[in-house]
Design a binder for this molecule. Structure first.
Ligand code: GLY
Length: 571
């Protein structure tokens, strides 16, 4: 006789609570609840097409790393402004069982580079030399990074992860209004830097929203990578094209530079903010150390009681930012070349002592803080994506060409854009650069060195369990955007989408200005801060955060930044 199964009371309760939380199906899956949260997996990135690629991989049984690899390649096609195979980036990974790791696939200065390579005979930076054309490019790291990530953690076959990007490149995709605008704006530069033409130039007239961008050469390059792995990019026909492009246009990357490039697994930066554990990126990104310094600087203050973006809240956050960015400038660079005093920078007593000089009655002038060196000018057109799979494996990945469309130079015959990441080095250490900023010696150019970054891919745990996956583009505003998004959730109980969309502000020590998005501060807050001597300047969008939050019910909320075309795909 079959045994009757008695439903346990607890089991029934759990089921009822869960069922009350469910509305039904997404693509036939019981994955979505009536709050628009998902339980089986989420991909949130700068472009819907790329998020959909990632979700398809998850549905095929791929894990978060598989999806990340597929999204990175898809973004290289559908988001050429920052998605890339000719750039680099950083990834923070946390497996479902709580182990974490970080991957550095940052670009590297070519062996032929030198400290003063962007200076004229008088020792001044040559305008645009580190920004456009092949000399602006570091040795790309993205393909090596994706291969390393897949080799260590991937589950699906490599080719399965490349095929969606290849299809998007050969069939084309519809460009957005923002992309049409960007491509038209860059037309003259594309024409002058790409005498052999590029798919990014429309044959006739201007680009308009909905035009289909087909990238055949890029599709061929992706096929090489699919069929030969890293060798399909760093050796053979693609490497030949890249080196030929260098030789044609005065660049210095050689075949040896390409062959020698390695992505590096690095120990994550770990720290706590109240009950939360922060897992974030170590150098050569400054992001992780700076984020933890910021969080620890404000931790003793009652932000929650003061309230979201009230004057005391903004003041203490700005004063923390001023101090942390001064440190960043002086101490940070590639850890394989310079010794970074990580322990000292993160010591509780040190951070507390830095905040001692905070004066509630007036702004601390940046000139009164230790005058160190500040980073080279940073560009904001990076891109970030966050992924969680059904098992709870999580990826936070930020990747970049540096400037929008990088060096504006597409490798002829290979169809991919070169980065202009060399501009993230201090082009002229110790003196103001062409943007009026001062560069630090720790971040000076040297062969084989990785340029300092602000990218801050981050994962947060609560009570030992996955809680948040977060990151953003935004150059020097990356760190402060991640900082604010985290506090918006942890202190001000905002939902993930609200926290991402919330207007942001930013201070980076020098210039001594609080940059704000229009409407970030209400008039009372702004008046209070101005009275204390803060210079407030409204600027364009700050950050483009794509993030995921796990609720106590085990569902995932996402935040796709409305400042861009960003979108999530979830089930
Ligand atoms: N290129 C921007 C960054 O690495 O921070």
């Amino acid at each position: 006789m079959r045994k009757r199964i008695k439903p346990s009371f607890i089991g029934l309760l759990v089921w009822l609570v869960g069922a009350g939380h469910l509305t039904g199906c997404v693509s036939g899956q019981l994955g979505k609840n009536n709050s628009g949260e998902y339980r089986n997996g989420v991909v949130v990135s700068a472009k819907k097409e790329a998020s959909v690629v990632g979700l398809d991989i998850l549905k095929k049984g791929g894990n978060a790393i598989d999806a990340a690899v597929a999204v990175q390649f898809a973004l290289a096609v559908v988001y050429p402004g920052a998605g890339n195979i000719g750039g680099g980036g950083f990834m923070v990974y946390r497996s479902a069982d709580g182990r974490s790791n970080t991957l550095d696939f940052r670009e590297q200065a070519a062996a032929g580079s030198s400290r003063d390579m962007y200076l004229d005979a008088a020792g001044n930076p040559v305008v645009d030399k580190s920004l456009y054309g092949s000399l602006a490019a570091g040795v790309p790291g993205s393909v090596a990074g994706m291969v390393a990530a897949h080799e260590k953690y991937g589950h699906l076959k490599w080719e399965v992860l490349l095929n969606p990007a290849i299809r998007l490149a050969e069939d084309g995709f519809k460009i957005s209004a923002a992309q049409a605008h960007e491509l038209n704006e860059l037309k003259a530069r594309f024409v002058s830097l790409n005498p052999r033409g590029t798919a990014l130039l429309k044959a006739k007239g201007d680009w308009v929203e909905g035009d289909v961008l087909v990238q055949e050469q890029l599709a061929n390059t992706l096929r090489q990578i699919r069929d030969k792995g890293a060798a399909g990019f760093y050796e053979g026909a693609v490497a030949d094209s890249l080196v030929a492009e260098m030789q044609r246009s005065g660049g210095i990357i050689t075949k040896a530079d390409l062959k020698n490039y390695k992505a590096v697994w690095r120990t994550p930066i770990l720290g706590n903010y109240k009950a939360y554990k922060i897992i974030t990126m170590p150098p050569p990104s400054s992001g992780g150390i700076a984020l933890l310094q910021l969080l620890k600087s404000v931790e003793p203050f009652p932000l929650k009681r003061w309230g979201f973006n009230r004057d005391s809240t903004v003041q203490v956050m700005v004063e923390a930012e001023r101090r942390v960015y001064a440190d960043r400038a002086e101490y940070m660079g590639d850890p394989d070349f310079v010794k970074i005093p990580e322990k000292s920078l993160l010591a509780g007593a040190y951070i507390k002592s830095r905040m001692h000089s905070l004066d509630w009655n007036k702004a601390t002038p940046s000139s009164a803080l230790r005058a160190g060196d500040l980073t080279a000018a940073e560009h904001e057109e990076t891109t970030h994506f966050s992924i969680v799979d059904r098992y709870g494996n999580a990826v936070s990945l930020t990747t970049t060409l540096n400037g929008s469309y990088g060096a504006a130079m597409v490798v002829s015959g290979a169809g991919f854009l070169l980065n202009n990441e060399m501009d993230d080095f201090s082009v002229k250490p110790g003196a103001p650069n062409m943007y009026g900023l001062v560069g630090g010696e720790a971040n000076s150019i040297a062969p084989g060195k990785r340029m300092l970054s602000s990218m801050t891919p981050t994962i947060i745990e609560k009570e030992g369990k996955l809680f948040m996956i977060v990151g953003t583009p935004g150059g020097s505003t990356i760190i402060t955007s991640v900082f604010q998004t985290i506090l918006n959730v942890l202190e001000f109980n905002q939902k993930m989408q609200t926290a991402v969309a919330a207007k942001k502000f930013h201070h980076q020590w020098l210039p001594d200005v609080v940059y704000v998005e229009d409407g970030a501060l209400d008039s009372t807050t702004a008046v209070q801060l101005k009275k204390k001597g803060y210079v407030i300047e409204v600027r364009g969008p700050i950050g483009r955060v794509d993030a995921i939050l796990k609720t106590k019910w085990g569902y995932y909320q996402y935040g796709a930044d409305p400042r861009g075309d960003d979108a999530a795909a979830a089930w």
